[in-house]
Design a protein around this ligand. Structure first.
Ligand SMILES: Nc1nc2c(ncn2[C@@H]2O[C@H](COP(=O)(O)OP(=O)(O)OP(=O)(O)O)[C@@H](O)[C@H]2O)c(=O)[nH]1
Ligand SMILES: [Mg+2]
Length: 315
């Protein structure tokens, strides 16, 4: 059976070949696994990737004591890791501070944040990891920031919309991402125009839309007044492109407060793998409540799950 691999897969594979550190290799393999078309023709390849991943993760564990000293190496937690990136003084720390309980450093002067700080943002029944980053300008790029951005599941570029130079600040951030080939693989990106409470911000946003070619999706907010923060949270979650599924034991209710989070497009086998690496071999099939045509319908191993499905795995 032909594998029919996609451009996204080849891009991830290319990233794997170029990776020089264990962390980057792991993140490339994870990406390959996330985007590989899930069907019989790729099962062998999927197994190979998984075994490479397992080996590298074991290696990574051994070296953890070393990597812990790198502040830009932040282990992923929750439903996804979102990097909060941009020009000095744009409100990155204020944003992460208002969405999470992280102890961020806010200052009315540039370069108040010197190393990354992570916090968890509650969204419905999941937690999303937000990482506040030191700023970037045309003169200064914190070493190590590119690796973090590459590994992140999503990037927010925060701009200070009250600053007339915000189109330039956005351009610098986007050019940085392009120069490091961080957007070469598909990666959700959202521009967050902050400080909309300040007079003149609306006009600056209008100019920014006009001036920036290929303007990515943008959302306007104010951390100070809370304007649009709820919509920002919704969009941050949607862009992660994940599904939440609940497992249940035969005859028992599913625990809806504790979803398992998987990339969109994941199958019953992927879910089994997440629970235990050996599980897929023993798995016969599953029953689904939610996306299936009728409640409790039996489905095959390669059934593609939907957000909010309840799954009973049969061995
Ligand atoms: N008017 C207004 N001021 C804001 C808003 N959000 C943040 N600020 C102010 O902007 C300044 C910078 O905020 P920070 O959160 O430290 O900005 P930052 O992007 O983390 O800055 P660096 O760490 O230096 O890159 C502080 O004085 C904040 O109080 C907002 O929505 N409106
Ligand atoms: Mg900061």
């Amino acid at each position: 059976m032909p594998a029919n691999l996609t451009p996204q897969y080849y891009a991830a594979e290319e990233m794997y070949r170029k990776a020089t550190t264990v962390e980057d290799k792991i993140s490339a393999l994870e990406e390959m696994l996330a985007v590989i078309p899930k069907h019989k023709g790729t099962e062998k390849l999927q197994a190979e990737i998984k075994s490479k991943l397992a080996k590298l993760r074991r290696e990574g564990e051994k070296r953890k004591s070393i990597s812990r000293t790198d502040p830009f190496n932040i282990p992923k937690e929750g439903a996804g890791q979102v990097a909060v990136f941009g020009h000095p003084n744009s409100g990155k720390s204020s944003l992460v501070g208002s969405l999470t309980r992280a102890k961020v450093q806010v200052g009315d002067y540039p370069f108040s944040t010197t190393s990354p700080v992570a916090g968890m943002m509650p969204y419905e029944n999941v937690l999303i990891q937000m990482v506040d980053l030191p700023p970037i300008t045309s003169e200064s790029e914190p070493p190590g920031i590119a690796g973090l951005l590459r590994r992140a599941d999503e990037i927010l570029i925060v701009v200070d919309a009250s600053d007339g130079d915000c189109p330039l600040h956005l351009q610098i951030a986007m050019e940085y991402l392009a120069s490091k080939r961080i957007l070469a693989q598909p990666k959700p990106l959202l521009v967050v125009a902050n400080k909309m409470d300040v007079m003149g911000s609306k006009e600056n946003v209008r100019v920014m839309r006009e001036l920036i070619p290929d303007m990515p999706e943008m959302i306007t907010i104010s951390v100070r007044t809370g304007e649009n923060l709820e919509n920002l949270k919704v969009r941050v979650f949607q862009l992660l492109n994940v599904i939440r599924v609940y497992t249940r034991a035969r005859g028992k209710e599913a625990d809806r407060t504790a979803p398992m989070v998987l990339p969109k497009g994941s199958t019953v086998v992927d879910l089994a793998y997440l629970i235990h690496r050996d599980f897929p071999e023993r798995l016969k099939g599953a029953r689904i409540w939610g996306s299936a045509r009728f409640e409790g319908q039996s489905v095959p191993r390669d059934y593609v799950l939907a957000d909010e499905d309840v799954v009973e795995l049969n061995v």
